[in-house]
Design a protein. Structure first.
Length: 487
């Protein structure tokens, strides 16, 4: 998510020892919005500082289609999260080989916003940024304040491997569209391709003599059987409950159809009051009411919840495909990691079982006021080659935006399961945009104040829906926020 992202979204991102920063609940509820707003104001007022100092354009050749200046410094700041930094360091080495006279400054941090906000304000940002993690900078703010470079030149450049193919023609479906916020420009290159869903140990499920449940009655039955054997049905990142949508959002889409998710993203009035949302909230609340959630989960961060799950204390956890790499040190060798699309309600659901959320993660951006934007884009072009993609996949157990890169690689259990889940989904892949269109609304309000409070038993589903709809309405009416709609 991001890192996200969540992923990520991680990244769509992570911090501390993993993908998210450890944030106190009070900060998540209010204080974290302060730097976001100061960033907004600073970007609006500073104008990014001096426009000078940009690297002169280099000669465009077959090997240098973006016209990178072969002596200009290039700076790359990576989010140091669940995917680590080795894959990026390897790609930087290729850049250095191609431009041996260039001084490349590479660094990795878990505090993207606090590290880079002052530099954006001063007009001296790096040339390439992996904008992920708990301190992810708001993409809407950046684009609306003209702080991002349009990546169309990169997309239209010849791909690193085949000069007869443009970069855009080598990418997985939906990646280019995700990078757009409003209109044609592409502001973001999502590098990882994340499969979101319900993660579990196939070995643990086999020990219960059960298959992954396709209906909610089956889910409750599996959780009851697990409970009788001393294992909780579920756990999740209680301190960061915006992990819950990784399985909840595609469940809503399965039950009510993609149009329900689109209405939520579009901030339409009463979107959260749709019967599909009500049914899914009530289903998740049932996990709490029946005691199927690991005791103490609301107080766990992502690493603690993943560790408890890996230790067999809980059967299921909502997460993204970065979890295999992030939890590699605690997942037993015989765990047999697997992921599934979310369980539905019943046969009346609009979409079939297998409907899953998969989309780009790890959002990379080139600042508009970067000194060497061509260099930043060239670094991305290298990363989107088959070799770099294979390197990423083999090292961090996740797919990339490059449409391929798995041939000849022995897939790990989780990655193999993720590929199988995508195959099963076919066209039934949903891509909610809330987490990249409205970061604060998604994380602090829907996640912490809404879902987190409901799953801790402090709000009923009806109360949570009312509260979240109120947050969405506030965002829709806030003229200081850039608004987006599915086209």
């Amino acid at each position: 998510m991001g890192s996200t992202s969540a992923q990520n979204p991680e990244n769509n991102g992570s911090a501390g020892v993993g993908r998210r920063d450890v944030i106190k609940r009070s900060a998540a509820l209010g204080l974290i919005s302060v730097p976001t707003m100061s960033f907004l104001s600073a970007c609006a007022s500073s104008g990014g500082g001096d426009n000078g100092g940009k690297a002169k354009e280099g000669e465009k050749t077959a090997k240098n289609p973006l016209g990178v200046n072969d002596t200009a410094p290039m700076e790359f700041v990576l989010f140091d999260g669940g995917f680590g930094k080795e894959y990026a360091e390897d790609a930087v080495k290729i850049y250095e080989q191609n431009f041996p006279e260039v001084d490349v400054k590479f660094s990795a941090t878990q505090k993207i916003q606090s590290t880079l906000q002052p530099r954006f304000n001063q007009g001296t940002p790096p040339d390439l940024i992996d904008n992920s993690g708990a301190e992810q900078m708001d993409m809407g703010v950046l684009s609306s304040k003209n702080q991002l470079a349009d990546l169309t030149p990169l997309l239209d450049a010849p791909s690193y491997d085949d000069p007869n193919k443009k970069v855009r023609d080598t990418l997985r479906p939906g990646i280019v569209e995700m990078g757009r916020l409003d209109g044609d420009p592409v502001w973001i290159m999502y590098y990882a391709y994340t499969v979101y869903g319900v993660w579990y140990s196939q070995k643990a499920l086999d020990s219960l003599d059960e298959q992954y449940p396709e209906t909610w009655d089956q889910m409750l039955a599996v959780c009851e059987k697990a409970k009788k054997k001393g294992m909780a049905g579920w756990t999740y990142a209680g301190k960061y409950p915006y992990y819950l949508p990784f399985s909840l959002y595609p469940m809503i889409g399965k039950v009510g159809g993609v149009e329900v998710l689109d209405a939520i993203d579009n901030l339409e009035p009463n979107a959260w009051k749709h019967p599909a949302v009500k049914a899914c909230f009530e289903a998740y609340y049932e996990l709490y009411k029946k005691g199927y959630v690991l005791k103490g989960t609301p107080g766990l961060d992502h690493i603690q919840s993943q560790t408890a799950w890996a230790q067999g204390k809980a059967l299921f956890i909502p997460n993204g495909s970065w979890v295999e790499n992030e939890s590699a040190n605690v997942i037993p060798k015989d765990f047999d990691l697997a992921v599934s699309a979310p369980t539905g309600i019943d046969s009346a659901d609009k979409l079939p079982f297998g409907t899953i959320w998969a989309s780009g993660g790890e959002p990379f951006i080139v600042p508009a006021k970067a000194k060497n934007p061509a260099g930043g884009m060239e670094q991305l072009r290298i990363m989107l080659s088959e070799a770099s993609s294979k390197n990423f996949t083999s090292k961090v157990k996740s797919l990339t935006a490059y449409n391929g890169g798995t041939d000849g690689i022995t897939l790990t259990p989780g990655l193999k399961s993720g590929v199988a889940a995508l195959d099963k989904a076919g066209e039934n892949v949903v891509n909610p945009r809330m987490q990249d269109w409205y970061v604060q609304l998604q994380k602090e309000k829907i996640g912490v104040s809404g879902l987190g409070e409901m799953m801790a038993g402090r709000l009923t589903p009806a109360e949570a829906i009312k509260k979240i709809q109120g947050f969405a309405d506030e965002t829709a009416k806030d003229t200081s926020i850039k608004h987006y709609k599915h086209q």
